[in-house]
Every structure is written in C-alpha cells, then in structure tokens.
Design a protein around this ligand. Structure first.
Ligand SMILES: Nc1ncnc2c1ncn2[C@@H]1O[C@H](COP(=O)(O)OP(=O)(O)OP(=O)(O)O)[C@@H](O)[C@H]1O
Ligand SMILES: [Mg+2]
Length: 363
C-alpha cells in the first residue's frame, strides 16, 4: 500500500468494491450523464433542498450573489451534484477545484483573481487545503479581498487585491476537520444524510430511464435496498444488473433478475459484500459474537487491520450489526439474525455453534 500520511482516503480495497462509496473510473465516466441538473430533479434530502431553495431564491430576488455554502456528507451522496445545481439555479458559471490541488496560497490567489462576478467556486475536499491557503480564503470569503504577498523575508509586501463577489461552495466528507473560523464563514451549511430506500428507488428509476434500461418497480426496489443509502452505489449496482440482464435474459430488470445478478456479485439483501460478511462470520463463528480485539479479528479474516476498521466496520456499525466497545468488537442480535445463526447461551467468551445457514441473497 502506498499511502502518504496526510491522506484520509480509505485503504486500497475500498476502491475495488462494488459497494464502495468512492467514485471509481467508471463512475467518473458516467456520472456526468446521470447528475440531476436542477433542484427539482434532485431526489430526496428534503430539508437541504428546501433550505437551499430559499437561500438561492432570496439571492436571486435581491439580484445578489448567493451566500457561501458548505456541503457536508459521506461520499456519493450528491455534494458535487448539488454544487453544479447551485450554479445552474443561479445561472452562474462554475469553477471546480479541490483542497489537495491548492497547496500554496498563490494557487488560490490566481484562481480567486480570475473569477467573474457571481461565479460559483466549487472547492471539493476543502478540509485538505493547506493552512496558508485557508487563511487567504478567510479574507476572500468575508471581504472579497486577498493580500498577495510579493517578495520574501523582511522585504515582503502585501498587495491588496479586490475580488468580485462570488459564491464559494465547499464540500467535505469530514465537517469535523474544518477549523471553526472556516466553518463560520459559510452562510449556509447543508448536511447530507444517507438516503431512504424509497428515495434510492426513485434514483434507480431515473437513472434507468437515462440509460435506456427497462426496469420494473420490484427490480428497482431490490437494487435500492442493497445500495447502502448511497445514490452512487445504486447507480453502480444498476449498471452491473443491467449487464446481467443483457447477457442472461432479455435486458429487462425485474426482481428475479436483480436478485440473481447481485448474487453473482455477492452483494446480499442488506448490501453487505464478501468482506463485510467475512468480518461478521468470523466474529460470530470463531469468537461467539465477541468481544474480540480488532487485530485478532483482522487476522481471522485474513485482512489488514485498517481494512477491517476503515472499510468494513463503518457500514456494519451504521447498520447496527457490529458495535465497537472498549473490550473489543461485539456482534449485535441483528448480526446473528442476518447470517441466520443462533446466538449461544451466554457463557461470556463462549463459542457459538451455528445452526442452519440462511439464504442471504433472497433468490
Ligand atoms: N439526490 C440525487 N438524486 C439523483 N441522483 C443523485 C443524487 N445525489 C447523487 N446522485 C447521483 O450519485 C452520483 C454521485 O453523486 P456526487 O458525485 O454528487 O457525490 P459526492 O457527494 O460529490 O461524492 P464524493 O464525496 O465522492 O465527491 C451522481 O452521479 C448522481 O448521478
Ligand atoms: Mg464529489
């Protein structure tokens, strides 16, 4: 693994997962075509939509540039999409850059000084910007002004530069990492939540329409239920199920086809993949449901500690299947139920005997 220690990306295996939330190459290639273009087309996130609609409408009515907006939420929930929608709703051009791309304050100064009046500046992964750039951004956001430093050492001078009013749209998967002075300079913060299955069902239907794929309600529901609350995953599973439907059937997706396809890809009825189930199975079958230490669990699964902790566990915890306790990892009753196993009579630390393996794929 080749990771520098400033990165907060998940380990490598996340990128290869069918149910991983980060964008892979194929996602990047097709996502532009699937992005909703305005607020009405944007599915779910009712609160965010309502609030953003007010912010943008009011700015338009005043003929003003919209306030700075911070979008926070897990990967694949629609932050980039919303930033483009903000620009479209304001009928403004959009400039796209990201925290890691701005390492020097000078990089930021040159972007800021070339903005047009009213332009939207989308700063993705804003929590990964360098400190000097961040400080320049404070002033730019507040006073639409930057000080460009010319020269070095005692002879350095600050040349003030006026900026046209612009709207900064920052996106972060880690709102907690933003320094409070930066957070405070946003007029509006949108917290994106995971989507409900019914909302993802609409996402699947919409995308199927755009991709010219025929799908029925039950087929869409089946995909939605396995998409981990994340539109990007829903769209990816839809593409894989489409492949299956084309090769093995007449191209039409119904419940049976969706189930059979996702069985091939080992994504079960709750959206767990092989890695997730491996972790749960080890915890239940080898350690009686825990508590067991992370390192021991990782060895039992044959994975790196980080992979178990950062790639598998977050979703298992979110789903209420696994708990992290001071004494170690513990399976919840829902985990036993999901794998169709019976929890042992509790002699603490005792080992479980599995009874009957349930069909997880529901086919
Ligand atoms: N509310 C939505 N309605 C319909 N489709 C959506 C919605 N939100 C996201 N999508 C789809 O999911 C895909 C991923 O969304 P997007 O790229 O905006 O996520 P993101 O939050 O920026 O992710 P990352 O954190 O990885 O940058 C988009 O291509 C879009 O098609
Ligand atoms: Mg994005």
């Amino acid at each position: 693994m080749n990771r520098d220690d400033t990165t907060d990306e998940a380990p490598d295996t996340e990128a290869d997962r069918l149910v991983g939330a980060s964008a892979d190459r194929e996602d990047q290639a097709v996502e532009a075509a699937l992005r909703p273009k305005d607020l009405d087309e944007f599915i779910g996130q009712e609160k965010v939509r309502e609030q953003l609609d007010l912010v943008l409408r009011a700015a338009r009515a005043r003929g003003a540039t919209a306030d700075h907006v911070l979008l926070s939420g897990a990967p694949g929930l629609g932050k980039t999409t919303l930033s483009m929608i903000i620009a479209a709703e304001m009928e403004a051009p959009i400039r796209i850059t990201s925290g890691p791309a701005i390492q020097h304050a000078g990089d930021l100064a040159s972007i800021l000084s070339s903005l047009q009046e009213g332009e939207v500046l989308f700063l993705d992964e804003i929590h990964r910007m360098s400190r000097p750039a961040e400080e320049m951004l404070y002033m730019a956001m507040e006073d639409f002004r930057v000080d460009v430093i010319v020269g070095k050492g005692p002879g350095a001078t600050a040349i003030p530069l006026e900026l046209p009013p612009f709207t900064l749209v920052g996106a972060t998967t880690r709102a907690g990492l933003l320094p409070p002075p930066l957070r405070d300079r946003f007029g509006f913060t949108a917290h994106m939540e995971f989507y409900e299955p019914a909302e993802l069902e609409r996402v699947v239907h919409r995308s199927a329409g755009l991709l010219d794929v025929e799908i029925d309600t039950a087929g869409a529901a089946e995909i939605a239920g396995r998409s981990r609350g994340t539109p990007r995953i829903a769209n990816r599973l839809l593409r894989r199920v489409r492949d299956y439907a084309q090769v093995k059937a007449d191209g039409v997706i119904d419940r049976e086809i969706a189930r059979a396809a996702l069985r091939v890809y080992e994504v079960d009825a709750r959206g767990l993949d092989r890695l997730d189930r491996g972790v749960l199975e080890a915890l239940l079958k080898l350690f009686g449901g825990g508590p067991v230490g992370l390192s021991t669990l990782a060895v039992a699964v044959g994975e790196e500690r980080e992979t178990v902790e950062e790639v598998a566990e977050p979703f298992l915890v979110r789903e209420g299947l696994l708990a992290r306790t001071p004494r170690g990892r513990v399976a919840t009753p829902a985990a036993w139920a999901h794998l169709g196993l019976t929890a042992p009579e509790r002699a603490p630390g005792g080992f479980a005997g599995g009874i009957g393996q349930q069909d997880l794929f529901g086919a």
